[in-house]
Design a protein around this ligand. Structure first.
Ligand SMILES: C[S@@+](CC[C@H](N)C(=O)[O-])C[C@H]1O[C@@H](n2cnc3c(N)ncnc32)[C@H](O)[C@@H]1O
Length: 198
């Protein structure tokens, strides 16, 4: 087991679990800007649980999920309530905030590395395989005024992901971004578009 430190917290990392990196940190920082006391929060794909660890300081109720059993074990070690499931399959109810740092990199079959690593960053040929399924279902787990925070890369296609949210009748905006050598990381905030008054 290893550990990392961020914002004065120590996060334990088990083998076969995504090691928090710039994407995780950008998402934590964006979340801390919007989170309010008494929010309920669902983190999809929690990995080590780093995002939920920071959410727990503010929220009345934090639940996390991951499809990787090693990540589930690791998040438990870091004090997070976590369910092993594919996206929302085992999740009932709605939340004020749903947050996800998904597998977002375009990955061809030849580029696949195999094992648990593929679940961490492999977003399929266009980078949006998991994101597409997430966006199609997230509205069912969101309170009427709820907010979604989704981390993606410029390599994922920012306009294309915004179009996915629009296709579900949701509004979306960029709330954080950071440039790196070969990509820009972006946090999108989406919500259900208000009903039109007649
Ligand atoms: C880029 S890592 C992010 C981990 C952590 N949230 C962070 O920011 O450090 C993506 C995580 O999503 C999980 N994941 C991938 N596909 C998933 C799915 N269909 N359902 C739930 N979790 C999934 C992976 O196992 C991995 O832990």
């Amino acid at each position: 087991m290893t550990s990392i430190n961020y914002r004065n917290k120590t996060i334990q990392i088990l083998p076969d679990v995504y090691e928090p990196a710039e994407d995780s940190f950008l998402l934590v920082d964006a979340l801390l800007e919007i989170i309010r006391d008494n929010d309920s929060l669902l983190e999809v794909g929690c990995g080590s649980g780093i995002v939920s660890v920071f959410a727990k300081d503010h929220c009345k109720n934090v639940l996390a999920t991951d499809i990787n059993p090693h990540a589930v074990h690791c998040a438990l070690l870091n004090g997070i309530d976590v369910v092993m499931t594919d996206l929302f399959a085992c999740i009932k109810g709605t939340f004020d905030i749903v947050v996800f740092n998904p597998p977002y990199l375009p990955t061809s079959t030849e580029d696949q590395v195999g094992g648990w690593d593929d679940l961490m960053l492999n977003g399929g040929p266009d980078g949006r395989d998991t994101i597409r399924r997430f966006v199609a279902d997230v509205g069912n787990h969101l309170d009427p005024d709820g907010q979604v925070l989704l981390l993606i890369s410029s390599l994922t296609g920012i306009k294309e992901v915004c179009d996915l949210f629009h296709g579900e009748g949701m509004s979306v905006q960029t709330v954080a971004e950071s440039m790196y050598f070969f990509e820009k990381l972006v946090v999108l905030k989406a919500r259900k578009a208000p009903e039109k008054q007649v």
